[in-house]
Design a protein around this ligand. Structure first.
Ligand code: HEM
Length: 222
């Protein structure tokens, strides 16, 4: 066997073991770590393991779930720049799980509002969505997250081809709507939503800059 074939086979074997390690060890660990905030909230709600909630438990849980939704959106958008900066393509293996966790926390946030806060009272729900702008924004962001979660499987990725990438660019307006929703609901101290706004601006700005660089490179080659 020629030396170069042998080297390539060794490289491929190394890639397979790295991917196996990711699938069998790191992904399950990340799955559990991402679930911890939810488990803590559940423990607080049921008074398990010494965890307690404040005087307004529904509000506490609603707020915590909303914040975790935003945090996971940040983490999802952080994966690609991090991969480019540290030069580790395998980091992309974790992006889908982080995105699905963003959806999970926003879904729970929505359900807590729907079931515990509104107590499934339809007229109140519709009135809130239509009449309270910050709820309208959150609701639109939530609706936009649904197609991303539904098409996150390998099968849907293959089926949609190039359209998949276009569809998943919805994550940028979703992040903007999520922060706007947060900004509008806080009455006095806007430091936290503005911090998220700054982080998303950096993450989106970085992508715009990269895309421009790519276009300039293609133009100079052509
Ligand atoms: C991408 C979607 C969403 C994100 C990222 C998000 C995020 C947030 C955040 C960060 C907070 C504030 C947490 C805090 O004060 O620390 C919040 C509060 C809240 N969100 Fe959302 N949310 C989303 C969707 C929704 C939806 C769909 C609804 C309901 C239809 C909703 C209803 C609320 C309510 C009622 C509050 C509490 C408002 C208050 O304190 O009076 N959110 N959300």
């Amino acid at each position: 066997m020629p030396a170069w074939t042998c080297a390539r086979t060794t490289e491929q074997a190394r890639f397979v073991t790295r991917q196996q390690q990711i699938d069998r060890i790191y992904k399950p660990i990340l799955f559990i770590v991402c679930l911890v905030p939810f488990l803590q909230m559940a423990a607080g709600a049921f008074g398990i393991a010494g965890q307690t909630l404040g005087v307004n438990p529904v509000e506490d849980i609603l707020h915590a779930l909303g914040e975790w939704g935003l945090k996971f959106l940040v983490l999802t958008l952080l994966v690609t720049p991090l991969k480019d900066i540290v030069g580790k393509p395998w980091l992309l293996s974790f992006r889908r799980m982080l995105g699905l966790y963003a959806f999970f926390y926003v879904l729970m946030h929505f359900l807590v509002w729907l079931i515990l806060d509104q107590q499934l009272y339809m007229a109140g729900i519709v009135k809130d969505i239509v009449k309270r702008p910050f709820i309208t924004l959150g609701f639109v962001a939530f609706l936009m997250l649904i197609p991303l979660a539904v098409t996150s499987t390998n099968g849907m990725m293959r089926k949609l081809g190039r359209r998949w990438k276009k569809l998943h660019r919805l994550v940028y307006p979703i992040a903007i709507l999520g922060v706007w929703h947060f900004y509008w609901l806080v009455k006095a101290d806007v430091r936290e939503p503005l911090t998220y706004a700054a982080i998303f601006t950096l993450l989106l700005g970085w992508r715009v800059w990269k895309a421009r660089q790519r276009r300039a490179r293609t133009a100079s080659q052509g």
